[in-house]
Write a protein that binds this ligand. Structure first.
Ligand SMILES: [Zn+2]
Length: 174
């Protein structure tokens, strides 16, 4: 499972609804639950692994002094998510596994509601704030074909142009 990098067309288009949670999709979700922390990420969207479908995983590891015990403070897949009722505003530094080497401050709503389907097909509605709301909005953007760098002020985007061009042109070594 390769992580797609900036410039790969699958990252720049709107992903399709999940019509049915097939065994293949379940398998992919399980693989993403592993790939996400393995890559030192806390969120991973299907388009980032080359699948243009509307779902993403969030895996926030619990910090533990005992490396033998791998526990998860939060682990969830969000299928066909819909974000509603954004509130507040928060500037926080973001990075992205698909845009390696770039970390920038992005302004986003501080809290959001999200409606989503879980792996068993049940629909949920929950409210998140802080870091969780941040990850959810970043990952949701991937389903819309939006990368966090295009949420930056225009001047900042100009300054990043060369770095982004280099990412686009480099050979994938993941
Ligand atoms: Zn990302």
């Amino acid at each position: 499972m390769d992580i797609r990098i900036y410039g790969d067309e699958v990252l720049h288009k709107r992903a399709d609804e999940v019509e049915e949670i097939t065994p293949e999709i379940k398998e992919l979700i399980e693989a993403m639950f592993v790939k996400c922390p393995e890559s030192n990420g806390i969120g991973l969207a299907a388009p980032q692994v080359g699948v243009s479908k509307r779902f993403f995983v969030v895996v926030v590891p619990e910090s533990s002094e005992d490396a033998e015990i791998i526990t998860h403070a939060f682990k969830q897949v969000f299928i066909n998510p819909v974000i509603k009722e954004p509130a507040g505003s928060w500037k926080y530094e973001e990075g992205c596994l698909s845009v390696p080497g770039i970390w920038e401050i992005v302004e986003r709503p501080e809290a959001v509601n999200i409606e989503y389907t879980d792996i068993d097909g049940n629909r949920h509605k929950e409210r998140f704030d802080g870091l969780m709301a941040r990850v959810i909005q970043h990952e949701y953007d991937h389903l819309e074909g939006i990368l966090f760098v295009s949420r930056l002020p225009k001047l900042k985007q100009e300054l990043l142009k060369r770095k982004l061009k280099a990412l686009k042109e480099r050979e994938r070594d993941y």
